[in-house]
Structures are given as structure tokens and as C-alpha cells.
Design a binder for this molecule. Structure first.
Ligand code: 5GP
Length: 224
């Protein structure tokens, strides 16, 4: 477990939406899992999708795998805070996934595409958007081929889409180039720690109450 800003801060706060987007093959999912393993109070957002389950993926853990009929019915009931069609399948994040986590002061890590990230930034302007870039297009192509899950045509299609998606980078808050996994995890962790200490996120009321010393170890302001 990495050292964590939440260990030192005694103020309560609403949870943070930490959104990761990246072209597929950039190593975003591995990065996300590593970050969660090393960070306290950070939960994985489990999306709904209509794409077929891959070997080693677990329903209800990696995704909620649902039929197109179920997905569209949830969408029509406005159950999704965001949804998008990506690579011929639907993906979405339910409002309950987000609200139930943020309301308890826990942070939520979302691995979603640029369309979803932009929708969420509109409803949650305080969300933190991080774009993960590959070290180069050539390395991305090599990684996609090595993964062996796609036909040649799909690889070409993913590269084209990756280049299109990267146009959204300017609307993100942070950019991380994923060359070395450990280094990238450390950068993501640093971003989250900095966001956790952002004053505008903190409930400062204990500082100004009579019982400041009993509720918060930070010195009261202006009482010297
Ligand atoms: P994959 O099928 O490889 O797991 O994911 C394909 C793409 O869908 C990735 O770019 C991933 O970030 C995106 N994705 C996964 N879940 C969601 C979601 O809930 N909403 C949106 N908009 N995109 C998602």
C-alpha cells in the first residue's frame, strides 16, 4: 500500500470520481487494478456491457455482462449516468454505482471511453479526468498484436480509433504516458493524493466550530 493523503487528513469529504480513458492496448486496465491494490478508499466502478465476456473475466467483478435488450431497457429507465457504444457494443455506468460510492466518501475509479468521460464531466464537474497515452503508436500496435485477442482488421480499427480518441486529450485534466507500469501507477497515485487534499473538496466546518480540537487535529485558524 502506498502512503496515502487520507491517512493524514481528518476532514470529511465527498468521494472523487477518478476517470481513466485510453486507447485500448495502452495498459489502462492493468494500471487501474494496480492502483486499486495500492490505494485505500478507492473502488472499482463495474460497468454494464453487451460485449461477450472474455476468458478470465468474471461477471459482476469485471463487468456486468448483459443482453442488448437489458442494456437498452436500463438506458430507457435513465439508470445510466453515462453510456456509449464502443467497438459495436454498449457500455454504461449506472447512477447508483456512482452515488452509492461518492456518498460514503469513498473514491471511484472508472475505466471508460472519451464519450462517457465527457458526459460525466458535465454532470460531475469536479470529476478528475486522466488520459493514458501509449509511449508511441508503434508500441501500441505491437501490444495489440501481442494480446492476440483481435483479428488483423480489428487491430487496424483499434489503432484508427485510438488516434481519433486522442483528439479528446485537451479536455482532460491530466495525461500519463504508460511506459513503465510501476512509474505510471505512482503518478496516478500522486494525482489522486493531490486531489484528495484539494481544499474545495473538504468539509472545513470542524475548523470553525467550538469543538475544533476534538473533531480535527489540524490547528484552528486565527485563534493564536
Ligand atoms: P473493453 O471491451 O476492452 O473492456 O473496453 C472497451 C472500451 O470501453 C474501453 O475504452 C473502455 O474504457 C470502455 N468502457 C468500459 N466501460 C465503460 C463504460 O461504462 N462507459 C463507457 N462510456 N465506456 C466504457
Amino acid at each position: 500500500m502506498l502512503d496515502d493523503a487520507d491517512q493524514y487528513l481528518r476532514f470529511s469529504r465527498r468521494g472523487i470520481l477518478l476517470i481513466l480513458s485510453a486507447p485500448s492496448g495502452t495498459g489502462k486496465t492493468t494500471l487501474a487494478h494496480e492502483l486499486i491494490a495500492k490505494t485505500s478508499n478507492l473502488n472499482w466502478s463495474i460497468s454494464h456491457t453487451t460485449r461477450p465476456r472474455r476468458a478470465r473475466e468474471i461477471d459482476g467483478k469485471d463487468y456486468h455482462f448483459v443482453s442488448e435488450e437489458t442494456f437498452l431497457s436500463l438506458r430507457d429507465q435513465e439508470a445510466f449516468a453515462e453510456w456509449a457504444r464502443v467497438h459495436r457494443a454498449y457500455y454504461g455506468t449506472t447512477r447508483t454505482t456512482i452515488e452509492s460510492t461518492l456518498n460514503t466518501g469513498q473514491d471511484l475509479l472508472l475505466d471508460i471511453d472519451v464519450q462517457g468521460a465527457e458526459q460525466l464531466k458535465l454532470c460531475y464537474p469536479e470529476a478528475v479526468l486522466v488520459f493514458i497515452l501509449p509511449p508511441s503508436w508503434q508500441k501500441l500496435e505491437d501490444r495489440l498484436r501481442a494480446r492476440g485477442t483481435d483479428e488483423e482488421e480489428a487491430v487496424t480499427q483499434r489503432i484508427r480509433r485510438a488516434q481519433e480518441e486522442t483528439r479528446a486529450l485537451a479536455r482532460y485534466d491530466y495525461c500519463v504516458i504508460n511506459d513503465q507500469l510501476e512509474a505510471s501507477v505512482a503518478v496516478l497515485h500522486a494525482i489522486l493524493c493531490a486531489e484528495r487534499t484539494r481544499v474545495s473538496r473538504l468539509d472545513l466546518s470542524p475548523l470553525y466550530s467550538d469543538s475544533a480540537h476534538s473533531t480535527c487535529d489540524a490547528p484552528p485558524i486565527g485563534t493564536e
